[in-house]
Design a protein around this ligand. Structure first.
Ligand code: ISE
Length: 335
């Protein structure tokens, strides 16, 4: 591919808006040429700095000759059908997580992509690009703590205007931590059990704090605390216990201040701040890989497996018991 990669963006909310800003100002070799959102005023504003065309329809954007590659950052339930159009058009796409909200849709996407024999999709499981997570992965790969035995993750969110259901929390939030556990341990989720608690006992389908316990297929264990409303800000970290030691992400990016009899450290308010660098690195890595026609990074297969575990987790809440996660044969494309 010669010249700049021409990117079409579908969805201009918090995440889409951030990707657009990064492409305008921080990512080299790429330019935003098309934008689509049902909120056309917002789309116009996002498109303006690069003079991108504004589309009223996702399919029209994907099929546009002015678009080489697509970012799908629209609401979760729309991801799967838009990803399918990208595959039909053979257009590379960065699909925000979750890849789909229904497992059958995710399976169909994996099957479709595998049948093309070409990786076109990357899924926005962006912990993969966070310098803190990468440092933990590098330490594990270097054998710094021996054989990984257990993953522990914490994922404390700020409150949202609309309270999600327990299943939505698993599908939208916990997929990140499920990905981190698989990636860092190098094992798949074999069984999952989710327990939770709520501040309002009447809202039994809206667990505020979930404790996700997983048995991995290589014998390691994993636990994740997912808090939908921490009450103090946003915090994500991981710790892996190995046979010879423990490696973990440091607490926060900001300085620790000791003053007036107190020791304080600022907590980031949300993921856009906590993962600011990861989002730039993610889109830069994606555009570079697309331009070189060598897709890397979290794949549709990762999207499928993280969703399978999240949905099994939701089922385990219903059943009050652990649920096995079926791991299908991995298509050769993803090995
Ligand atoms: C959000 O959509 C994200 O992707 C954030 O990384 C995650 O921490 C948050 O829980 C999600 O709602």
């Amino acid at each position: 591919m010669t010249g700049e990669l021409r990117i079409g963006l579908i969805g201009t909310g918090g995440m889409g808006g951030r990707h657009a800003r990064n492409i305008h100002t921080k990512v080299g070799g790429a330019r935003l040429t098309a934008v689509m959102d049902i909120d056309t005023d917002r789309a116009q504003k996002i498109a303006a700095p690069s003079g991108a065309a504004v589309f009223a329809d996702g399919e029209a954007l994907i099929t546009s000759e002015e678009v080489d590659a697509v970012i799908i950052a629209s609401p979760d339930p729309t991801h799967a059908s838009l990803a399918v159009i990208c595959l039909e058009q053979r257009k590379p796409a960065l699909v925000e997580k979750p890849l789909a909200t229904q497992l059958d849709d995710a399976a169909a996407i994996v099957e479709h992509e595998a049948s093309l024999g070409q990786r076109l999709l990357q899924v926005g499981l962006m912990r993969h690009y966070d310098p803190q997570h990468v440092a933990v992965k590098d330490a594990l790969d270097a054998g710094a703590v021996g054989r990984p035995l257990m993953f522990r993750g914490w994922h404390r969110n700020p409150p949202e205007a609309t309270r999600p259901t327990s299943a939505e929390i698993l599908i939208n939030s916990a997929v990140h931590d499920i990905y981190s556990a698989r990636w860092l341990l190098g094992q798949e989720v074999a069984e999952i059990y989710v327990q939770g608690t709520t501040i309002d006992p009447k809202r039994t389908d809206q667990l505020d704090l979930q404790l996700v316990s997983m048995a991995m297929n290589g014998g390691a264990l994993a636990i994740i605390e997912v808090n939908k409303d921490s009450g103090f800000g946003y915090e994500v970290g991981v710790e892996v216990t190995g046979s010879k030691g423990i490696v973990s992400t440091p607490p926060h990016h900001s300085p620790i201040i000791r003053y007036d009899g107190e020791m304080r450290q600022k907590v980031e308010p949300d993921w856009l701040q906590r993962f600011a660098i990861a989002y730039i690195r993610e889109v830069q890595a994606w555009t570079t890989a697309v331009a070189a026609r060598r897709a890397k990074g979290p794949s549709a297969w990762d999207g499928y497996l993280t969703l399978a575990a999240a949905l099994a987790g939701a089922e385990s809440i219903e059943r009050g018991a652990p649920v096995e996660v079926e791991i299908p044969d991995q298509p050769g494309l993803y090995t």
